[in-house]
Design a protein around this ligand. Sequence first.
Ligand SMILES: [Fe+2]
Ligand SMILES: [Fe+2]
Length: 180
Amino acid sequence: MKYASEELKNEHEGILLGLQILEKMAEKAEKGAPLPAEDASEIVEFLKLFADKCHHGKEEGILFPIMERYGIPNERGPIGQMLSEHVEGRKFIQGLSSSISNGTLDTSAFAKNARLYIDLLRAHIQKENNVLFPMGDKLIPESEQQSILKAFDNHESTTMGPGIHDKLHGMLDTFQKKYL
Ligand SMILES: [Fe+2]
Ligand SMILES: [Fe+2]
């Protein structure tokens, strides 16, 4: 059977690639090497839309509430921990956004928030992949897995709209060649 968590784990791979690109940009910013503000802005938009709105939205709005129903604790438990990390991540994303204005980049604020976000999200993804998702896979039955996957599809089409997913992957490809 297909576990709903597999879809989220695939998305983690895309997010990790985005973080690798962000890391290279942060290195450039720290070294004073040229970094176009538009590139910085595009990767921040990717993280906002794909990592936060789409991916964290699926976790918060669909998977986590079902995990809770099957006995995984929220408050003072693994779900609560993941939710508070999403909130913390949004502060760094906000910091990244604020470091870019009117086509100019505040390189030190960009690099600082990028480092904090990268460290937080890499550890977060490890915890979901290795601890929380395997717990959920054991508890959530097959019939429920299918309805979660359907709800993921709906969420994706309402939050991102048609063609956006492909457009974001195209952007990652371009940046991968340019920065990695
Ligand atoms: Fe998460
Ligand atoms: Fe996740």
